[in-house]
Design a protein around this ligand. Sequence first.
Ligand SMILES: C[S@@+](CC[C@H](N)C(=O)[O-])C[C@H]1O[C@@H](n2cnc3c(N)ncnc32)[C@H](O)[C@@H]1O
Length: 265
Amino acid sequence: MLRPEIVDYYRQGGERDRLATGAGRLEFLRTWDVLARVLPAPPATVLDVGGATGVYAEPLARAGYRVRLVDPVPEHVAEAASRPGVTATMGDARALPAADRSADAVLLLGPLYHLLERADRVAVWREAARVVRPGGVVVGATISRFASLFDGFVKDYFSDARFRPLVDRVLVDGVHHNADASRTWFTSAYFHHPDELAGEVTQAGLVVRRRVAVEGPLWMTGPRLTEILASRELTALLLEMLRGVEDEPSLLGVSSHLLTVAGHR
Ligand SMILES: C[S@@+](CC[C@H](N)C(=O)[O-])C[C@H]1O[C@@H](n2cnc3c(N)ncnc32)[C@H](O)[C@@H]1O
C-alpha cells in the first residue's frame, strides 16, 4: 500500500507540467541526456516504473523503444495510456506486473524516493533485478539528503516555522515526513545520502555501474536558470559542462537528483 498522502499529492495533477520549466526542465534535460547514453539501443523494451503521466515514456516510444509504464496513481496511468506508443498499467514497484527477464531496461524514476523504509527500497531494486534481462540496465532516481535544506532557502520555505523541523529530521535519518497535502513542501519522501545507495542496490543482487549527479548545484540558480534554458546555445553549453562532471562524487550531495545506473553482475 502506498501512503495515502502520496497518492493525494499526485492526484492533484502536478506531474503534468513539473518538468516543463526551471529546475524541472533541467532535471528532464539532464535525465534524458543520461538515458540516451546508458539505455540499450531501440527497439529495446523499457519498463518505466513510477513513470507518472508518461513524460519520459512518450519520447522514449517516439525514439523507437517498446515502452511499458507502471504507476500506482490512476490519473497518471490514464494519461500515460493515452500517449502514442505507450502501454500503461496500475502497479507498485515492489511487486511489478511484469514477467522475469522481460525488459531490457527498467527505469525507477520515482518509487525509490517515496518509500520510507529501507526494506521497501531494496524490494524495488530486487524486483527490477528480476524483471531486467541479463546484460540489461536499471536506472534509479533518488533525491539528495540535502535538497530540502537548499530548497528551503531558494523558495523561502523557512519563513514558515513548520518547515524547519522537517529539514532537521531529514538531516538525521532521510525521512521527509509531510503528511499534510495542503502544504507545498512535496509529500512524504526519503532523501538519500549518496553513500547509502550502493548498499541498497547490492543487497538486491545488482551492482552499481555509475552514480550520476543530475543537476549539480545549478537547480538552485532560479531566474538565471530560466534565462539559460531560454537560450539554445547556453542550454547546450550547460548540458555539455554538466555531462563532463556528472561522475564527480563531490557533486552528488548538492545535486537535487542522483541517478544510479545498475545491472547484473
Ligand atoms: C515525482 S514523480 C516522478 C515521475 C517521473 N518518473 C519523473 O521522473 O518525472 C514520482 C512517481 O513515482 C510514483 N510512485 C510513488 N510510489 C511508487 C511505488 N511504490 N511504485 C511505483 N511508483 C510509485 C508516483 O505515482 C509518481 O508518478
